[in-house]
Design a protein around this ligand. Sequence first.
Ligand SMILES: [Zn+2]
Length: 235
Amino acid sequence: MGMRLVGPVYLVGGQDFNMVYLDWPANDSNTYLIDTGDPLVLVDCGCGESLAGILDNIKEMEFDARDITHVFLTHAHMPHSGAAEDLRRNGVEVVAGPATVGAVRAGGTATVAYHYHRRFTCVEEATEMKDGETMTLGACEFRALALPGHSADCTGYEVTREGRRMLFCGDVVRWPGLEQFRNRPDYDRQAYLETLMRLLDDPPDVLYPGHGPFCLSKTEHWIGEEIKKLLRKPE
Ligand SMILES: [Zn+2]
């Protein structure tokens, strides 16, 4: 089962909503489907073994998974990127920031697959989208934003549709009640703080995080709370 969110965005996968059940310690990210009006696009794709369930959810919402042309990865962590190679083999273009492309091709520790007791399927080919670059698909413009800190390779995708700026922010901003993820090899507190301050300067209208619920208004509140989490526990 999936659900429609705001505008052209649907949630079709995610452990926190039990969209597709996986045994511990899997922690599948939210998988978003965007109906651009022409192709369908995914943002993040879960750890891999949930892909069949995600495709079932898409079908149940009366979309045709064969219309998916791109998957945008917010970073290389396996809960977000593990299904990318399976999607690619089915004709979907994998798009990610340059460091994420390197990480998912190599399949090393940057995917943190070890943390989930799983094996990562390396991505053979992916398209780099650098900070500030844009791609227009259907009626949506996707703009890549480098958001380092949670990991070095984090990229957010800002999608503007009908004047509303929606940011798919991966693990960079989450619901204030959720702890920050820190047990990752390339976590960088200073870079994270600078990323959050930049977001706070020009907050989007909507935040779609990689885990947990969504922020549909006043995103500066959640960004501010994320900064407080960072400052509360100095390392
Ligand atoms: Zn992560």
